[in-house]
Design a protein around this ligand. Structure first.
Ligand code: NAP
Length: 272
């Protein structure tokens, strides 16, 4: 078990908290005694989650229904936050698409970039300001091992995750230069049993971890390192990719990620 997150303050904001890793993250924050503002686009699941966690952990949990791909999501979230100071920000909402680049409509990619790039950038820019002024807090990016190398048939999702990785790492270094006490972690998960695969229309690898296990492993790294690849598979993937020449790296990455999905991969390679 990692250290209590109460050390960062009283309020956290978690995006993508209606299911999967975001939900497990919000649960862990509440279990540690923090109050939470939980964000997703799914009113019913979010309200049920808020009621369950506030009852179970005797903390305040505010559901904030918001489409993070919309341009005005910051105003909506600011309305939910009111005058509260956010001490922990967890950027977690995201969805992936699997298939040939040209087979997915541009509108779906734009929505994905809105959620995983625009909202991560906007919320971090907004809430990090207060944390830096108070010299206390934590920003967590729930990222993926897909960020370590481009992956065929997952082009836009891997590009979104690479953005997240680079953004997080660069800000971490700025915080170091400033001797800031604000912690930042890019936690790069491997396959996890969530709704992610169903939305991406694929299946989950048999060895996939539970979201709770991912959250626990990730939080153990908070304050210790800028980037954590969760699980040994994630670390092999991360470092093997660095050792390979570019062409080989592209092939390796596309094979390693889609080899869990052999049933999809064969079909994808067959399509011309
Ligand atoms: N599952 C994996 O294998 C895996 C592996 C590596 C990394 N990750 C990362 O883990 C993070 C969480 O994914 P997950 O696996 O927990 O998937 P998940 O169970 O599908 O959860 C995704 C969350 O994002 C929210 N979301 C999606 N689009 C939204 C929008 N437009 N506005 C507001 N909220 C939106 C969803 O809420 P709604 O229900 O309202 O849409 C949901 O709460 C992602 O950043 C993903 O890249 C997952």
């Amino acid at each position: 078990m990692s250290q209590s997150l109460k050390r960062y303050g009283a309020w956290a904001l978690v995006t993508g908290a209606s299911s999967g890793i975001g939900r497990a993250m919000a649960q862990r924050l509440c279990a540690d005694g923090l109050n939470c503002i939980i964000v997703s686009n799914e009113k019913e699941a979010l309200t049920a989650t808020a009621e369950e966690f506030s009852r179970r952990y005797a903390t305040e949990v505010i559901p904030c229904t918001c489409d993070l791909s919309s341009l005005n999501h910051l105003e909506e979230i600011r309305r939910c936050v009111g005058t509260r100071e956010i001490d922990i920000l967890v950027n977690c909402a995201s969805f992936g698409t699997l298939g040939r680049f040209l087979d997915t409509p541009l509108s779906v990619y734009r929505e994905g970039v809105g959620v995983s790039v625009h909202s991560y950038l906007t919320l971090t820019h907004h809430f990090l300001q207060g944390m830096v002024e108070r010299d206390r807090g934590a920003v967590i990016f729930v990222c993926s091992v897909n960020a370590f190398a481009p992956v065929a048939f997952s082009a836009v999702y891997t590009a979104e995750k690479a953005f997240e990785l680079f953004l997080g790492e660069a800000i971490w270094q700025e915080l170091q230069y400033a001797d800031s006490k604000v912690d930042l972690l890019v936690m790069c998960a491997s396959a996890t049993k969530t709704n992610f695969q169903a939305r991406a229309r694929t299946r989950v690898a048999q060895w996939a971890w539970t979201p709770e296990k991912v959250v626990d492993a990730g939080l153990r790294k908070l304050g210790r390192t800028p980037v954590a690849a969760i699980s040994w598979r994630g670390n092999v993937y991360r470092y093997a990719g660095k050792l390979l020449l570019e062409r080989l790296r592209l092939r390796f990455a596309s094979w390693a990620i889609t080899s869990n999905l052999a049933w999809d991969r064969k079909a994808l390679l067959r399509t011309k």
